[in-house]
Write a protein that binds this ligand. Structure first.
Ligand code: NAP
Length: 277
């Protein structure tokens, strides 16, 4: 079984970013906006900062207290959004319930919206229009498949999950690549069959090791988006990777797979935002 390593994909994106950076007259700056001290957000922020800086890009964090009022956060967000020094924005979500997240999605400048949360960028993803930004994780899945020359045209792909962050956008991006896509969720009847009939499975359910080899067709490709913690406190995906040998032709590990590519896509989007100016 071929291990689809995120590092190889990320290195390819780094080459693109370095080449494009040379053509720009300024170093693009990412603003990471975080409210509160959620350890998952802080870990993602550290990873993204490290990756983008290693790509030669500028990153600044804007951190607000958990109890900030809706009004104060909107004022601060407006300033970041309108700051000419800020090329792109990554908003860590979910926001505290006291802040109206929908309003922020509507406020964010679509040209700075690197993780595709604004209604305009979402509409573009669903319309198959590539001029906007799609959610980085969804695009990372496509980057992995393309970097390893895995054909998508006409392929049966089952996506497990229908969230707006991963399941739905990745389904649209796969459709754009001419795959035949089946989107599944908790009400799907016989998930095992729907997965094992597919040539490619994209797992984004957020359930530790839920998909074992019974969910994998012979020689299928398993792409694991899940980031979970197993019973021993270790990081793991939605796919039970250890069971796949002899069944899958290729699979992404967790960690070291799709997650590694997500922040590289963020860097690519920052370059694209800089070029749009
Ligand atoms: P989410 O909002 O909780 O959505 C999970 C989706 O999976 C839902 O649509 C849910 O169906 C479906 N699902 C859950 N259990 C299922 C089951 N037993 N059978 C079939 N479908 C099931 O999660 P998310 O934000 O999309 O994230 C999914 C996973 O990706 C998480 O592990 C998250 O940590 C990870 N993630 C990774 C990255 C990265 O960079 N690699 C980025 C974002 C998220 P219903 O709609 O019916 O509830």
């Amino acid at each position: 079984m071929l291990e689809l390593r995120g590092k190889k994909v990320s290195d390819g994106i780094k080459k693109y970013v370095s080449k494009e950076l040379e053509t720009l007259s300024f170093v693009p700056k990412l603003a990471i906006v975080r409210v509160g001290e959620n350890p998952d957000d802080m870990s993602y922020e550290r990873g993204a900062t490290k990756k983008l800086k290693s790509f030669g890009l500028d990153v600044a964090s804007y951190v607000f207290p958990q109890d900030i009022s809706d009004e104060d956060f909107k004022k601060a967000f407006k300033d970041i959004n309108e700051d000419d020094e800020v090329t792109g924005i990554l908003l860590l979500r979910p926001l505290p319930r006291t802040i109206n997240e929908k309003d922020i999605e509507n406020m964010i400048d679509p040209k700075k919206d690197l993780d595709g949360i604004s209604p305009i960028n979402i509409a573009k993803v669903f319309a198959g229009d590539t001029s906007g930004f799609s959610p980085c994780t969804a695009e990372a899945v496509i980057e992995v498949l393309k970097a390893y020359d895995i054909e998508l045209t006409g392929k049966r792909v089952t996506v497990v999950g229908r969230s707006m962050v991963v399941g739905k956008p990745v389904s649209m991006l796969l459709l754009k690549e001419n795959a035949t896509v089946t989107m599944t969720h908790t009400r799907t009847v016989d998930l095992k069959k729907t997965c094992s009939d597919a040539e490619i499975v994209v797992a984004a359910a957020g359930r530790a090791k839920m998909l074992n080899s019974d969910y994998c067709g012979q020689d299928a490709v398993m792409i694991d988006v899940g980031i979970n913690v197993d019973e021993n406190g270790k990081l793991c995906g939605d796919v039970d990777y250890a069971t796949l040998d002899g069944k899958a032709s290729a699979a992404t590990p967790v960690p070291g797979g799709v997650g590694t590519v997500t922040t590289a896509v963020l860097a690519k989007h920052l370059i694209q935002a800089a070029k749009m100016r």
